[in-house]
Design a protein around this ligand. Structure first.
Ligand code: NCD
Length: 302
């Protein structure tokens, strides 16, 4: 493992995924000095709470320091500076760069400019690799293994980058996948091709209730308002699925509900107190997974 940058889950191997899961679990609850004297820049050109703060928490817990852009409109990009120039400058200020940007492919563009450790924290509807890894860690921790599970994705499968990224990792495991979405928000075909090539069994449907008893991991998503060109369509689709405690109870007791958060109205708060609700534990796992990534990408670089 000599990776120093993480742009996509498409090129991660099963060995790497298992390695990072193990590392994250070892770092759980710890403070270390792996990033002593190291400055991480977090560049968020698109809104974020969890991803930015958990990256920053991870850097601090590894003994590093953080500089941050939390509001794109406060940067020189507002004055017309290109992303390339911003990266050229910020890589002089920081040792590790973490970036979220609304444009698909922006992370791949950024690493044409910088050789420093770089982590994609979300590029448009394309990829969100650190979320996918923390989701894998959560599945492993909650279910005891990743192999053998039936995993259902519910909601906005067209624009949901966390779903897209996770599929690239799940393709390495023996899982079954159920895609549950309205017709307009179906998973793009190339992800189905990917699963076919990897011999992962899947089915597509618009019905959630009917499939509840088969599901081991229920991965809920938000309808991604900011990706819609036609807002009327967003308002039409936004209430498509609502997970409440009654619906959760109709599933297996051992089922676990994941959600990358934020939730809007697709999941009611009465689910939160059920043992099935794993999404706040999932958010915590994000800190340990990001610690594992920062520690190792930095180790491989220095
Ligand atoms: C996700 C994202 O940004 O893609 N959130 C996150 O990283 N925790 C999901 C979302 O915004 O719906």
């Amino acid at each position: 493992m000599n990776r120093t940058q993480l742009i996509t889950t498409a090129d991660l191997t099963r060995e790497e995924v298992d390695f990072f899961i193990k590392e994250a679990d070892e770092l759980r609850g710890k403070s270390t000095n792996n990033l002593e004297g190291v400055v991480m820049a977090s560049l968020f050109f698109e809104p974020s709470t969890r991803t930015r703060m958990s990256f920053e928490s991870a850097a601090h817990r590894l003994g590093g320091r953080v500089i941050t852009v939390a509001n794109a409109s406060s940067t020189s990009m507002k004055k017309g500076e290109t992303l390339d120039d911003s990266i050229r400058v910020i890589e002089k200020y920081a040792d590790i760069l973490v970036m979220r940007h609304p444009k698909e492919g922006s992370a791949a563009d950024a690493i044409k400019i910088t050789k420093k450790p770089f982590l994609n924290a979300g590029d448009g509807a394309n990829q969100h690799p650190t979320q996918a890894l923390l989701d894998m860690y959560t599945i492993q921790k909650e279910m005891g293994s990743i192999d053998g599970n039936t995993i259902a994705f519910v909601g906005d499968l067209k624009f949901g980058r966390t779903v897209h990224s996770l599929l690239h990792l799940l393709k390495h495991y023996k899982v079954k996948i159920i895609f549950i979405s309205p017709e307009q928000l179906k998973i793009p075909n190339h992800y189905l091709d990917l699963l076919k090539e990897s011999s992962v069994e899947y089915l597509e449907t618009s019905e959630l209730k009917k499939h509840m008893p088969d599901i081991d991991v229920l991965y809920m998503t938000r309808i991604q308002q900011e990706r819609f060109e036609d807002l009327d369509q967003y308002y039409m689709l936004k209430g498509s699925y609502v997970l409440n405690s009654e619906l959760v109870r109709s599933g297996k007791e051992s089922m676990r509900v994941l959600h990358p958060l934020p939730r809007i109205d697709e999941m009611t708060t009465d689910v939160d107190s059920l043992p099935q609700a794993a999404y706040f534990r999932e958010a915590e796992n994000g800190v340990y997974m990001r610690m594992a990534l920062l520690k190792n990408l930095w180790k491989n670089f220095k």
